[in-house]
Write a protein that binds this ligand. Sequence first.
Ligand code: RET
Length: 290
Amino acid sequence: MDNYSLGNATFENYVGIGDGLSEMAFQMVAHVLTVGYAVMFAALIYFILTIKTVQPKYRTTAVLSVVVMVSAGLLLFIQAQNWINAFTFDTEAGRYFLADGAALFNNGYRYLNWLIDVPMLLFQILFVVSLTRSSFSSVRNRFWFSGTMMIVTGYIGQYFEVTSFGLFVLWGTISTIFFVDILITMNKVIKEGSEGIPADAQRYMGYIWKVFLFSWMLYPGAYLMPYLIPPGLEPSLTGLAAEAAVVGRQLTYTVADVTSKVIYGILLTIVAQIMSNADGYDYNKDGETN
Ligand code: RET
């Protein structure tokens, strides 16, 4: 099979047109994508039901979590359908191959979904912490600009993961520059926002930084996945390494999505609850009228 017949398709399709995927690899991806949207819709209910446990001034953060849950839940649902439709089972070979005439599998939906979710996740924290030295609007604009640029450049780069290693790395590197800017800005926001808040809330802000760093680093890991599984210098398009990279990428995305959106949102809710209580807000009394 001519390696370039699929053009700029992502490497999952190249695996599908070559050796194909085993039942286990195919199903693991289908299941992992399904768990992804199930978690988003379950967490959607959590963010709606807990909104009144915090003072009105913190509720924008819950609203943003709701926006993120709906957009990510729908996207992951579409991504799962895309996966299932892109491959068909061949009874003779006992493996899944690229389906004839169907749309190819593409991770690009995710990137476009991040255009909504990344700014929302970054803005969210600004509605919980009070910045004393930095200005709200300049941090917000910086988050928005770097977040958007990081995604758009990465979106372009992912088209070249099989056909041009040079362009793949070039766009990935440009994207990483914006990513570093986001990390620096977020670190500043968390440090500044932790000053003068209750010790308990400070402890949770420390967790938020760790969760943020860990989960956001997984995304570039998923981008590089075809190159991370040995032999590594070029993506393996056949054999166990190829299947491991296909499953590993979707698994990494799902862990990253659940952590960066759901766990992060829950931790922010907890910080807002602690600060609300410290301000004298009592949900048991005030929750009914607010
Ligand atoms: C890309 C391209 C390669 C280089 C880097 C990337 C970073 C992506 C990140 C995405 C975060 C997404 C989130 C989505 C939530 O819905 C674009 C993969 C650095 C950090 C948090």
